[in-house]
Design a protein around this ligand. Structure first.
Ligand code: KE4
Length: 446
């Protein structure tokens, strides 16, 4: 086998970057610490591939953590953004494109009658919780261990994604507890008073949810309906309907964080697939097509509480800006029913191929997938909670990711993430990935 790629230029840039940026990056998971290597600096992307600063062409299953459902630099998206930029990048005034994008969201998302655009998923989730607290007159919220809803203070408790591999990953979890720890701050700097309002229970644990509801009056239950920040861990049969019913009964609002699943797993997201409509929906990633955009949405009577229509204050200089709305509209336009059929078939083929590769190498690999999302867990049997995800063989996962990189395949550098197939991925890309996986698994299994 060839000596594999050289990453000399990435190393040079990284040496410089660590003196200027914490950890050399602008978002922790990019540092690749979870897979035991230094980060790769990317110079460009096209379709399903990126080219790094050393000129290595890599098949990309990370796709910027989800926004690039049409692939890198899709011509329709580039054209829309270029045209918008030529007319001005931001006005701080309403534009037609914001109205059009809101209408597209309302047309797609069952729980959306009205939308507020913001610039990140963190901002959207934080604002949705503020709205839920204002609407309910209550303060406490319930989240699930391993779910990630951005880095606002109250939502970091036992969070997944980059938090799972960085700060306090070993902190005592809620698994196996009947009365969960109220507000275990997941990061230094989170005020204990903030953390105290957040209760955490294991995903898919009905008894734990019932125990919290018996003890506390909640403003909201927030969930990723298809959790992808502990790896992709499906909701147990009926669990989402259970949350819907118990939220209703208890007076808590149900908030679905569809920043990842929105517009990806179906035209109307997980809530459309599952037929469970939340009170509020958090959206991001695909809605901006690779530019900074996110949103929260819900019924008119709730959203009318948001300033300036109502008193719940939330604002943003670049909210709904022309470039992000242009990219978002161009991306959503590409997502017709054929697109979802493609995403489903590519995801399924990839899952089947990886399972086969695991079997051949004798490596315990449990592949979880749905339309447009996939996680190979280095775990014997299914993963149904964050506790089980944390029991994966993280060293083997890390070795696999490193081995795949030397074979030109760029994977999300953490077991607690999902792969993001796009419309640019083809059957040939799947074959290439499965062949590389077969080879890489044989190497790491030794
Ligand atoms: P942002 O603030 O990063 O735009 O969105 C936060 C967020 C909210 N909700 C869900 C379900 C999310 O997955 C995210 C962010 N996703 C991670 C990847 N799992 C972003 C990658 C990163 O942190 O660099």
């Amino acid at each position: 086998m060839s000596a594999g790629p050289s990453w000399a230029r990435s190393q040079e840039l990284y040496a410089r970057a660590v003196d200027l940026l914490p950890g050399g990056v602008n978002s922790p998971v990019r540092a690749m610490t979870a897979i035991g290597r230094d980060p790769i600096f990317v110079s460009q992307g096209s379709g399903a591939e990126v080219v790094d600063v050393d000129g290595n062409r890599l098949l990309d299953w990370m796709c910027s953590w989800g926004p690039l459902i049409a692939g890198h630099a899709h011509p329709a998206v580039v054209e829309a953004v270029t045209a918008a930029a030529a007319l001005g990048t931001s006005f701080g005034a309403p534009t037609m494109a914001e109205v059009e994008l809101a209408a597209e969201v309302v047309d797609r998302v069952p729980g959306a009658e009205m939308v507020r655009m913001v610039s990140s998923g963190t901002e959207a989730a934080m604002s949705a919780i503020r709205l839920a607290r204002a609407a309910s007159g209550r303060e406490k919220l319930l989240k699930f261990a391993g779910a990630y809803h951005g880095h606002s203070d109250g939502l970091l408790a036992e969070a997944g994604s980059g938090v799972a591999t960085a700060v306090g990953a070993g902190s005592p979890g809620s698994e196996g507890r009947t009365v969960p720890p109220a507000g275990v701050p997941a990061s230094p700097g989170v005020p204990s008073v903030q953390a105290a309002a957040t209760l955490v229970v294991p995903w898919n644990d009905r008894e734990a949810v019932e125990a919290v509801l018996a003890e506390h009056e909640l403003a909201a239950i927030i969930a990723e309906p298809y959790p992808a920040n502990m790896g992709l861990v499906a909701p147990a049969e009926g669990f989402l309907a259970f949350l819907r019913e118990h939220a209703e009964r208890s007076g808590a609002l149900l908030v679905f964080d569809e920043v990842i699943s929105g517009f990806r797993v179906a035209r109307g997201g997980a809530q459309e697939r599952e037929g469970v409509t939340p009170d509020l929906t958090v959206l991001g990633k695909v809605i901006g097509g690779g530019l900074p955009a996110a949103a929260y949405a819900g019924p008119v009577e709730l959203m009318q509480l948001v300033a300036p229509a109502g008193d719940v204050y939330q604002a943003g200089t670049l909210s709904g800006n022309p470039l992000a709305t242009a990219a978002g509209l161009a991306t959503l336009e590409l997502l017709d029913s054929a697109a979802y059929d493609r995403l489903e078939s590519i995801s399924r083929a990839l899952a089947d191929g990886l399972r086969e590769a695991g079997r051949e190498a004798g490596v315990p690999l449990h592949v979880s997938f749905t339309t447009g999302l996939l996680t190979p867990f280095f775990h014997e049997g299914p993963v149904r909670s964050y506790g089980e995800a944390r029991a994966c063989d993280l060293d083997l996962h890390a070795a696999f990711c490193r081995a795949m990189l030397t074979r030109g395949v760029y994977l999300p550098p953490s077991q607690f993430e999902a792969w993001f197939p796009s419309l640019a991925h083809t059957e040939e890309h799947v074959e290439r990935t499965v062949a590389a996986a077969r080879d890489a698994l044989a190497e790491v299994a030794r």
